[in-house]
Each structure stands twice: as C-alpha cells, then as structure tokens.
Design a protein around this ligand. Structure first.
Ligand code: 13P
Length: 257
C-alpha cells in the first residue's frame, strides 16, 4: 500500500510572537510550494497570530490551527479561547494535551480537563491533535502504562463521528526541546507506535484505528527526520523549535524527501 504523505505540524509554541514574523515565514515558505507539497503541512501559531495566518494561507494546502482550546463553552470564563472563537477566525484543528500545558496543572489541564477540551473542540468542528507521552523512560516499561492511561482517558471524550479528525502525537517529555542527537531513536519510536496502534484498535476498533495518524514529536530536526520517518513507522511529526524559523522548517521538509 502506498504510504500517505507525511504530516508535518509546526507547533510554534511561543517562538513566533509578532504578525511581521509570521508574515515573513509565510512569504518564505510560499517560495517553496513544490517542496512543501510532498508533505501535509499544518501550522499551529499562538492564538493572536491566527487572524494573520489564516487569510495568508487561504488558497494553499497549508492548514492552520491552534495550540490549545478552552475546556469551556462561551460564557463567564475570563481569558479563555473557545472552540467557536477558533472556528470563527478560521482555525481547523487544535492541539490538545501538550505536555507544556499539562505541566501547568490545575483542573483545566487534568485528564478530565483534557477530556473537556477535546469535547469542546469536537463540538466546534475542530480536528484534534492529541498529545501523549511519558516524563521519563524507565527500564521497567512504566511509560507504556502512562501512555495507555492518557490515551484511554482522552479517547473516551472523542465522539465516534469525530474519529476521522483525530491525530495522536506521541511526545516523550524527556526528548522535547533538545537536539536531534538527544531525540528518541527510530527503533524505540516504532516500539511505542505499535503499542499506541494496539490501544487504538482496542478502544475504537480496527477500521477506525488504522486511519488515525500517529505523529512523533520531540527534538525533530533535519538531521533525524528521515530516519524517524523511514525506520520509526510514523505518519508524521509535531515539530517545535525547528518549525519556528522558515529556513530550518524548509530544510526539515526537504530532508524528508
Ligand atoms: P521540540 O521540537 O522543540 O523538541 O518540541 C517538540 C514539541 O513539543 C512539539 O509539540
């Protein structure tokens, strides 16, 4: 079976802060449309940059989404950005459960809070990029239990009709924000991916589970992206620091080809 195009999601985190930076990024990547077309590219800027990016990428294949979504519907929730607000500015997906948000703690980022975020995103018609991953890797294999628990909890919140818009991003926290040399090795990624696919099959059935893209995130750079793609058996990547500058982002995508 022909492999689908690799998915590359740029999680800009707080790296790109101004509309000017975002516009320059888009200007540069638009000059590399042919290179980009080998992948399904998605950008997740900060909330404030969505109104800048969405119109700039309107007639392109690049999808734009958010890094988070509120667990609440609209109403008396100061500072929250709801699914409906995101849809209104043209976001089509949201990252949910990123470890940097889980680390904030509190009810909003608990497993129940994440379930609510997923439910609100689905109600608003947003695709969900669900992040899971352990903090540390132990020889005992305890990380498998952590990943299974996070998946089981989150999947319970995804309505069946929204399964087609779900992606899972496995991001081992210990591998985030470093360099390619410190990232997870392809063989280890493959082992976890087989495990995640097995849990998906158990929870949502084989047919739906086989359609869910599973991405890897954690120090993906131009140096390791190809090995992870070819030997790790991943559907694509959730990229942090290397996605925040147009030149490193384009180099990473070229390295995938
Ligand atoms: P880095 O690529 O900077 O390690 O970040 C990974 C990540 O957290 C993407 O969501």
């Amino acid at each position: 079976m022909k492999r689908a195009k690799p998915i590359v999601i740029a999680n800009w985190k707080g790296y790109v802060e101004t509309p000017e930076e975002a516009k320059r990024f888009v200007q540069v990547i638009k000059r590399s449309t042919k290179t980009l077309s080998a992948c399904q590219v998605m950008l997740a800027p900060s909330f404030t940059l969505l109104p800048t990016l969405v119109p700039l990428l309107k007639n392109s294949a690049v999808q734009v989404g958010s890094q988070a979504v509120s667990a609440h519907p609209g109403g008396a929730h100061t500072g929250e950005v709801t699914g409906a607000m995101l849809r209104a500015v043209g976001a089509v997906f949201s990252i949910v459960g990123h470890s940097e948000r889980r680390a904030l703690g509190g009810a909003g980022e608990s497993e129940e809070g994440i379930q609510n975020q997923i439910a609100r995103a689905c109600e608003a018609g947003l695709g969900v990029v669900l992040c899971v991953g352990e903090h540390e890797r132990e020889a005992s294999g305890a990380h498998f239990g952590i990943i299974a628990g996070q998946l089981a909890s989150a999947l319970a919140a995804v309505p069946l009709k929204n399964m087609g818009k779900l992606m899972v991003a496995y991001e081992p926290v210990w591998a985030i924000g470093k360099t390619a040399a410190d990232a997870m090795q392809p063989g280890d990624v493959q082992e976890v991916f087989i495990f995640i696919r097995k849990i998906l099959v158990e929870k949502i059935g084989r047919a739906a589970a086989l359609k869910v893209p599973i991405l890897y995130g954690g120090s993906v750079e131009e140096e390791n992206v190809q090995g992870l793609y070819h030997e790790g058996g991943v559907s694509g990547f959730l990229v942090g620091h290397a996605s925040s500058k147009s030149d490193s982002f384009i180099k990473l995508i070229k390295a995938l080809q």
